[in-house]
Design a protein around this ligand. Structure first.
Ligand SMILES: C[S@@+](CC[C@H](N)C(=O)[O-])C[C@H]1O[C@@H](n2cnc3c(N)ncnc32)[C@H](O)[C@@H]1O
Length: 245
Protein backbone atom coordinates (compact mmCIF):
# COMPACT_ATOMS: atom_id res chain seq x y z
CA UNK A 1 0.00 0.00 0.00
CA UNK A 2 1.52 3.38 -0.89
CA UNK A 3 1.43 6.30 1.54
CA UNK A 4 -1.47 8.17 -0.07
CA UNK A 5 -3.66 5.07 0.30
CA UNK A 6 -3.35 4.89 4.10
CA UNK A 7 -5.97 6.36 6.43
CA UNK A 8 -3.38 8.78 7.80
CA UNK A 9 -3.41 10.54 4.41
CA UNK A 10 -7.08 10.15 3.57
CA UNK A 11 -8.16 13.71 4.46
CA UNK A 12 -5.13 15.68 3.31
CA UNK A 13 -6.20 16.92 -0.14
CA UNK A 14 -6.45 20.70 -0.31
CA UNK A 15 -10.03 21.82 0.36
CA UNK A 16 -11.01 18.51 2.03
CA UNK A 17 -12.05 20.36 5.19
CA UNK A 18 -14.77 22.23 3.31
CA UNK A 19 -15.94 18.99 1.63
CA UNK A 20 -16.18 17.33 5.06
CA UNK A 21 -18.15 20.28 6.47
CA UNK A 22 -20.58 20.07 3.53
CA UNK A 23 -21.29 16.42 4.44
CA UNK A 24 -22.53 17.77 7.79
CA UNK A 25 -24.78 20.44 6.27
CA UNK A 26 -28.28 20.73 7.82
CA UNK A 27 -30.02 18.85 5.00
CA UNK A 28 -27.62 15.87 4.94
CA UNK A 29 -28.09 12.57 6.78
CA UNK A 30 -25.01 13.19 8.93
CA UNK A 31 -26.01 16.79 9.60
CA UNK A 32 -29.45 15.70 10.78
CA UNK A 33 -28.05 12.91 12.92
CA UNK A 34 -25.61 15.37 14.49
CA UNK A 35 -28.31 17.97 15.13
CA UNK A 36 -30.98 15.60 16.44
CA UNK A 37 -28.96 12.99 18.39
CA UNK A 38 -25.20 12.97 18.36
CA UNK A 39 -24.31 16.48 19.57
CA UNK A 40 -26.53 16.15 22.68
CA UNK A 41 -25.06 12.71 23.37
CA UNK A 42 -21.50 14.05 23.24
CA UNK A 43 -22.38 17.12 25.34
CA UNK A 44 -24.07 15.11 28.09
CA UNK A 45 -21.31 12.47 28.18
CA UNK A 46 -18.55 15.08 28.42
CA UNK A 47 -20.48 17.05 31.06
CA UNK A 48 -20.77 13.95 33.25
CA UNK A 49 -17.03 13.40 32.95
CA UNK A 50 -16.39 17.08 33.73
CA UNK A 51 -18.55 16.75 36.84
CA UNK A 52 -16.46 13.74 37.87
CA UNK A 53 -13.42 16.06 37.95
CA UNK A 54 -11.86 15.92 34.46
CA UNK A 55 -10.34 19.21 33.31
CA UNK A 56 -8.04 18.68 30.33
CA UNK A 57 -9.36 17.22 27.09
CA UNK A 58 -7.54 16.12 23.94
CA UNK A 59 -9.48 15.50 20.72
CA UNK A 60 -7.52 12.92 18.73
CA UNK A 61 -8.02 13.20 14.94
CA UNK A 62 -9.98 16.40 15.52
CA UNK A 63 -10.58 17.01 11.80
CA UNK A 64 -12.61 20.18 11.25
CA UNK A 65 -13.34 20.57 14.98
CA UNK A 66 -16.83 19.04 15.14
CA UNK A 67 -16.21 17.32 18.50
CA UNK A 68 -13.52 19.78 19.64
CA UNK A 69 -16.10 22.60 19.43
CA UNK A 70 -18.34 20.69 21.83
CA UNK A 71 -15.40 19.84 24.11
CA UNK A 72 -14.40 23.49 24.42
CA UNK A 73 -17.90 24.35 25.60
CA UNK A 74 -17.44 21.86 28.48
CA UNK A 75 -13.74 21.96 29.45
CA UNK A 76 -11.45 24.94 30.14
CA UNK A 77 -8.42 23.31 28.54
CA UNK A 78 -8.86 21.67 25.12
CA UNK A 79 -6.32 20.53 22.55
CA UNK A 80 -6.99 19.12 19.08
CA UNK A 81 -4.52 17.05 17.05
CA UNK A 82 -4.74 15.89 13.48
CA UNK A 83 -2.38 15.07 10.63
CA UNK A 84 -4.25 17.01 7.93
CA UNK A 85 -3.59 20.70 7.25
CA UNK A 86 -6.78 20.81 5.17
CA UNK A 87 -8.94 19.66 8.12
CA UNK A 88 -7.08 21.67 10.77
CA UNK A 89 -7.51 24.91 8.78
CA UNK A 90 -11.29 24.66 9.29
CA UNK A 91 -10.92 23.60 12.94
CA UNK A 92 -8.79 26.67 13.66
CA UNK A 93 -11.58 28.93 12.36
CA UNK A 94 -14.25 27.17 14.46
CA UNK A 95 -12.43 26.39 17.71
CA UNK A 96 -10.76 29.62 18.83
CA UNK A 97 -10.45 28.49 22.48
CA UNK A 98 -8.48 25.34 21.69
CA UNK A 99 -4.83 24.74 20.93
CA UNK A 100 -4.70 22.85 17.64
CA UNK A 101 -1.60 20.89 16.70
CA UNK A 102 -0.62 19.16 13.47
CA UNK A 103 1.09 16.02 14.67
CA UNK A 104 0.82 12.27 14.39
CA UNK A 105 0.73 11.15 18.01
CA UNK A 106 1.26 7.55 16.94
CA UNK A 107 4.80 8.57 15.89
CA UNK A 108 5.72 11.21 18.51
CA UNK A 109 4.20 12.24 21.84
CA UNK A 110 3.11 15.46 23.54
CA UNK A 111 4.55 16.41 26.94
CA UNK A 112 1.05 16.91 28.36
CA UNK A 113 -1.25 14.30 29.86
CA UNK A 114 -5.04 14.61 29.65
CA UNK A 115 -8.00 13.60 31.82
CA UNK A 116 -10.12 12.75 28.79
CA UNK A 117 -9.44 11.96 25.15
CA UNK A 118 -12.18 12.05 22.52
CA UNK A 119 -11.91 10.33 19.14
CA UNK A 120 -14.82 10.26 16.70
CA UNK A 121 -15.25 8.81 13.21
CA UNK A 122 -11.72 7.45 13.29
CA UNK A 123 -11.70 3.75 14.20
CA UNK A 124 -13.98 2.36 11.51
CA UNK A 125 -11.82 3.43 8.58
CA UNK A 126 -8.37 3.28 10.20
CA UNK A 127 -6.30 0.21 9.32
CA UNK A 128 -5.92 -2.42 12.05
CA UNK A 129 -2.32 -1.38 12.80
CA UNK A 130 -3.36 2.30 13.01
CA UNK A 131 -6.26 1.42 15.34
CA UNK A 132 -3.80 -0.25 17.73
CA UNK A 133 -1.14 2.47 17.38
CA UNK A 134 -3.78 5.14 18.08
CA UNK A 135 -5.14 3.37 21.18
CA UNK A 136 -1.62 2.85 22.54
CA UNK A 137 -0.91 6.55 21.98
CA UNK A 138 -4.16 7.58 23.68
CA UNK A 139 -3.30 5.37 26.63
CA UNK A 140 0.12 7.10 26.90
CA UNK A 141 -1.48 10.56 26.79
CA UNK A 142 -4.10 9.89 29.46
CA UNK A 143 -3.61 10.45 33.17
CA UNK A 144 -4.07 7.38 35.42
CA UNK A 145 -7.72 6.34 35.31
CA UNK A 146 -8.38 8.87 32.49
CA UNK A 147 -11.37 8.60 30.15
CA UNK A 148 -11.53 7.70 26.49
CA UNK A 149 -14.76 8.81 24.76
CA UNK A 150 -14.84 7.39 21.23
CA UNK A 151 -17.36 6.29 18.68
CA UNK A 152 -17.52 3.63 16.01
CA UNK A 153 -19.85 4.19 13.08
CA UNK A 154 -19.79 1.01 11.03
CA UNK A 155 -21.57 -1.85 12.80
CA UNK A 156 -21.65 -4.66 10.18
CA UNK A 157 -25.12 -5.75 11.44
CA UNK A 158 -26.73 -2.33 10.90
CA UNK A 159 -29.07 -1.81 7.92
CA UNK A 160 -26.77 0.93 6.58
CA UNK A 161 -23.66 -1.27 6.65
CA UNK A 162 -25.51 -4.31 5.25
CA UNK A 163 -26.60 -2.13 2.31
CA UNK A 164 -23.06 -0.78 1.88
CA UNK A 165 -21.54 -4.27 1.98
CA UNK A 166 -24.04 -5.46 -0.65
CA UNK A 167 -23.17 -2.49 -2.89
CA UNK A 168 -19.46 -3.20 -2.41
CA UNK A 169 -19.94 -6.84 -3.41
CA UNK A 170 -21.48 -5.71 -6.68
CA UNK A 171 -18.67 -3.22 -7.34
CA UNK A 172 -16.06 -5.75 -6.06
CA UNK A 173 -14.87 -3.31 -3.40
CA UNK A 174 -14.74 -3.79 0.37
CA UNK A 175 -16.88 -1.96 2.89
CA UNK A 176 -14.94 -1.14 6.06
CA UNK A 177 -16.91 -2.02 9.17
CA UNK A 178 -16.16 -2.50 12.86
CA UNK A 179 -18.35 -4.33 15.35
CA UNK A 180 -18.88 -3.36 18.97
CA UNK A 181 -17.30 -6.64 20.13
CA UNK A 182 -14.25 -6.03 17.97
CA UNK A 183 -13.81 -2.49 19.32
CA UNK A 184 -14.25 -3.64 22.89
CA UNK A 185 -11.54 -6.26 22.30
CA UNK A 186 -9.21 -3.59 20.86
CA UNK A 187 -9.83 -1.45 23.93
CA UNK A 188 -9.08 -4.32 26.31
CA UNK A 189 -5.92 -5.30 24.42
CA UNK A 190 -4.64 -1.74 24.67
CA UNK A 191 -5.20 -1.25 28.40
CA UNK A 192 -8.75 0.16 28.57
CA UNK A 193 -11.86 -1.05 30.36
CA UNK A 194 -15.20 -0.25 28.70
CA UNK A 195 -17.55 1.45 31.19
CA UNK A 196 -20.46 2.43 28.98
CA UNK A 197 -21.82 1.91 25.47
CA UNK A 198 -24.59 4.05 23.98
CA UNK A 199 -26.08 2.92 20.66
CA UNK A 200 -27.48 5.37 18.13
CA UNK A 201 -28.04 5.88 14.41
CA UNK A 202 -30.62 3.23 13.57
CA UNK A 203 -32.12 4.41 10.32
CA UNK A 204 -30.26 3.66 7.09
CA UNK A 205 -29.14 6.52 4.87
CA UNK A 206 -32.09 6.59 2.48
CA UNK A 207 -33.08 10.13 3.39
CA UNK A 208 -31.93 11.67 0.13
CA UNK A 209 -34.63 9.63 -1.68
CA UNK A 210 -37.42 10.61 0.71
CA UNK A 211 -36.22 13.83 2.38
CA UNK A 212 -39.69 15.26 3.11
CA UNK A 213 -40.86 12.50 5.45
CA UNK A 214 -37.47 11.19 6.54
CA UNK A 215 -36.25 14.40 8.15
CA UNK A 216 -39.10 14.86 10.65
CA UNK A 217 -39.08 11.14 11.47
CA UNK A 218 -35.42 10.87 12.35
CA UNK A 219 -35.64 12.49 15.79
CA UNK A 220 -38.62 10.47 17.12
CA UNK A 221 -37.35 7.20 15.61
CA UNK A 222 -33.83 7.61 16.95
CA UNK A 223 -35.19 8.37 20.41
CA UNK A 224 -37.69 5.49 20.47
CA UNK A 225 -35.71 2.64 18.89
CA UNK A 226 -32.99 2.28 21.58
CA UNK A 227 -35.76 1.31 24.04
CA UNK A 228 -36.47 -1.87 22.07
CA UNK A 229 -33.87 -4.34 23.46
CA UNK A 230 -33.21 -6.43 20.34
CA UNK A 231 -32.56 -3.38 18.22
CA UNK A 232 -29.39 -2.44 20.06
CA UNK A 233 -27.59 -4.99 17.87
CA UNK A 234 -28.40 -3.10 14.70
CA UNK A 235 -27.47 0.51 15.50
CA UNK A 236 -24.88 1.80 13.05
CA UNK A 237 -23.00 3.86 15.67
CA UNK A 238 -22.00 3.33 19.28
CA UNK A 239 -20.43 5.78 21.68
CA UNK A 240 -17.96 4.13 24.08
CA UNK A 241 -16.72 5.47 27.40
CA UNK A 242 -13.64 3.57 28.55
CA UNK A 243 -11.10 4.09 31.36
CA UNK A 244 -7.38 3.49 31.60
CA UNK A 245 -6.74 0.39 33.72
C1 LIG B 1 -13.50 11.26 9.44
S1 LIG B 1 -12.38 12.45 10.09
C2 LIG B 1 -13.06 12.70 11.70
C3 LIG B 1 -12.89 14.10 12.20
C4 LIG B 1 -13.54 14.41 13.54
N1 LIG B 1 -13.03 13.57 14.61
C5 LIG B 1 -15.04 14.25 13.46
O1 LIG B 1 -15.60 13.35 14.11
O2 LIG B 1 -15.71 15.01 12.75
C6 LIG B 1 -10.94 11.48 10.44
C7 LIG B 1 -9.72 12.32 10.77
O3 LIG B 1 -8.65 11.46 11.18
C8 LIG B 1 -7.44 12.10 10.84
N2 LIG B 1 -6.32 11.17 11.00
C9 LIG B 1 -6.03 10.08 10.29
N3 LIG B 1 -4.93 9.49 10.79
C10 LIG B 1 -4.53 10.23 11.86
C11 LIG B 1 -3.46 10.13 12.81
N4 LIG B 1 -2.57 9.15 12.76
N5 LIG B 1 -3.37 11.07 13.77
C12 LIG B 1 -4.26 12.10 13.84
N6 LIG B 1 -5.29 12.24 12.98
C13 LIG B 1 -5.41 11.31 12.00
C14 LIG B 1 -7.72 12.57 9.42
O4 LIG B 1 -6.79 13.55 8.98
C15 LIG B 1 -9.14 13.12 9.58
O5 LIG B 1 -9.16 14.48 9.87
Amino acid sequence: MNDSATYRHSHTTQGYGETYEAAYGPSTYYGQLWNTIERDLVVSTLKQIRQAGAEKCLDFACGTGRILGVAESVFDCTVGVDVSDAMIAVAREKCAKSKIIKQDLTCSSLQDRFDVITSFRFFRNAEESLRNDALRSMHRHLSGNGYLVANIHGNPCSPGMIALSARSLVSRGTARTISKKKFERLLTNNGFKTEMQINYSYLPRIGSFFPRWYRPLMGPFEKALPNLPLLRHISESTLFVARVV
